[in-house]
Design a protein around this ligand. Structure first.
Ligand SMILES: [Zn+2]
Length: 474
């Protein structure tokens, strides 16, 4: 039984929207466009993704803080490129105390850095590494899309300040490792790109981005890392006393991790036509126990199921589905739709043999296991599910990428919901022409692997300087 009439790879949008509502992740019917209501399963998974990330940030010495929601027009306008990049998509509060307009954060550089100026006196105050998990607000002009493109964006942003450019570079690599670690636990696969200059973060020296694949062929940018150089430090007058007593301007980085987009990637990459398939680490329910009633033995079966619940809930988030008004078959479909990684079935046979039947959601395989081995078996299965989801997702991503030698070939690949690898001269004109004709964006050069061009730009025919990837994007 399918969760909706729509199939994931045939009609992704309907499949996704139906599932969000049915699995109680998000209700997208709030009457202000681009603002979502996260229902219990969506809220629970967002929180778990946040915990995974914050744990890694804490381990690497980032300090959690909370900064204000708003900034002033004056502070917002100090870094010229930054205001140019964001001015069209900020929400402004124009009614408040006094004459001053307030700008709601689209990101928090202009809110944090005036405070950094007060806190940083000497090299002893560096590095400064802070983060917050909050909502930011961007008045999207493109069509909004639940979880992917929203106006209220739940995310984590980290901001760091360093004495030297090489320390800032090192910080970029640390951020990469942190994000890779968290995405790996969620089984999400992606490509890491250095964005072309025309697409870097407003005010950055360069930007790196994680683009996750999506069943409809549009890539989903789930995280970005920016080396800010000294652009913001100069605009916000950050200074410190060096070891030799002279004054220096510090170097900065910032990086953001979009919780709702990561959740979208989990749902989109792993889900199937039965519904969600969740990595154990964020599944709201990890183990579901379903009694198979048998006339005359209801009591024994129920007691046995309760005993198993007690055992498994010592380690896993477990639900015993003992509802009497629906059949075991209906319960199977329900929990498959919700993506519970492991289902345990208990009937008269299992009671008699002191065993259980155990089914994994990702492959739907069922096996019988004795009660004594149950906890160990669950451990093994959870690990195997985590690995399988990642492998499957990586294989899928590899299969989506193809080389293209002409704009026409790019166009055809994108139409087939795939990603094109091309050689490019580096000129914005060629990127724009490609976007116009093939309807795809140059996402950048790979940052995780080195690729060197050997031929000519597929748009203008001049010598290529970069190997880049072209995709449609959210
Ligand atoms: Zn060119």
């Amino acid at each position: 039984m399918s969760v909706s009439a729509a199939k994931k790879f045939e009609n992704f949008s309907s499949w996704f929207d139906d599932l969000l509502l049915k699995a109680r992740i998000v209700d997208n019917r709030f009457p202000v466009k681009g603002f979502l209501v996260y229902m219990e399963n969506g809220a629970s998974m967002l929180d778990k993704i946040k915990e995974l990330l914050e744990e890694e940030l804490e381990k690497t010495g980032h300090k959690k803080m909370y900064f204000p929601l708003v900034t002033s027009e004056e502070l917002f306008g100090r870094e010229a490129e930054h205001i140019k990049g964001f001015s069209k998509e900020v929400f402004v509060i124009d009614q408040g105390p006094g004459e001053q307009k307030l700008i709601i954060r689209p990101t928090s550089e202009t809110i944090m850095y005036p405070m950094f100026k007060l806190w940083i006196r000497s090299h002893a105050d560096l590095p400064l590494k802070v983060y917050q998990s909050v909502n930011v607000y961007r008045c999207e002009t493109k069509a909004t899309r639940a979880l992917y493109r929203v106006r209220e964006i739940p995310w984590n942003e980290a901001h760091t300040v360093h004495e030297t450019p090489s320390e800032a570079e090192k910080q970029v690599r640390e951020a990469l490792e942190i994000y890779q670690k968290v995405l790996r636990k969620l089984g999400i696969s992606y490509m890491i790109f250095k964005r072309p200059d025309f697409d870097k973060f407003a005010g950055a020296v360069y930007s790196i981005a994680f683009d996750a694949w999506n069943p409809d062929g549009k890539v989903n940018q789930v995280a970005t890392i920016h080396n800010l150089g000294r652009n913001f430090a100069k605009a916000y007058e950050l200074e410190f006393e060096k070891k030799d007593g002279s004054r220096g301007i510090p170097y900065q980085t910032c990086y953001g991790f979009g919780f709702s987009r990561v959740l979208a990637a989990v749902i989109a990459q792993h889900g199937d036509d039965r519904g969600l398939v969740l990595p154990p680490v964020i599944a709201p329910t990890q183990v579901v126990i379903i009694p198979i009633p048998f006339k005359g033995q209801e009591k024994e079966i129920y007691e046995y199921a309760s005993k198993i619940k007690e055992m498994t809930s010592s380690k896993w988030r477990t639900v015993l589905d003992d509802r009497e008004d629906i059949t075991p078959g209906e319960k199977f479909y329900h929990w498959e739709m919700l993506g519970a990684p492991i289902r345990i079935e208990v009937g008269p046979k299992e009671v008699a043999e002191s065993s259980v039947t155990i089914a994994r959601r990702d492959t739907l395989e069922r096996t019988k296991v004795s009660l004594d081995d149950l906890m160990q078996k669950i451990d093994e299965l959870m690990k195997s599910i985590e690995e399988n989801l990642l492998e499957k997702s990586q294989r899928m991503m590899m299969s989506l990428v193809s080389d293209a030698k002409t704009v026409e070939e790019v166009k055809k690949l994108l139409k087939d919901r795939r990603i094109a690898r091309i050689e490019w001269c580096g000129l914005t004109d060629c990127a724009e022409k490609l976007k116009e004709e093939a309807k795809g964006e140059i996402r950048g050069e790979r940052y995780d692997i080195a690729e060197k061009p050997t031929g000519n730009c597929i748009v203008c025919g001049k010598e290529a300087r970069f190997v880049v990837y072209v995709a449609r994007a959210y």
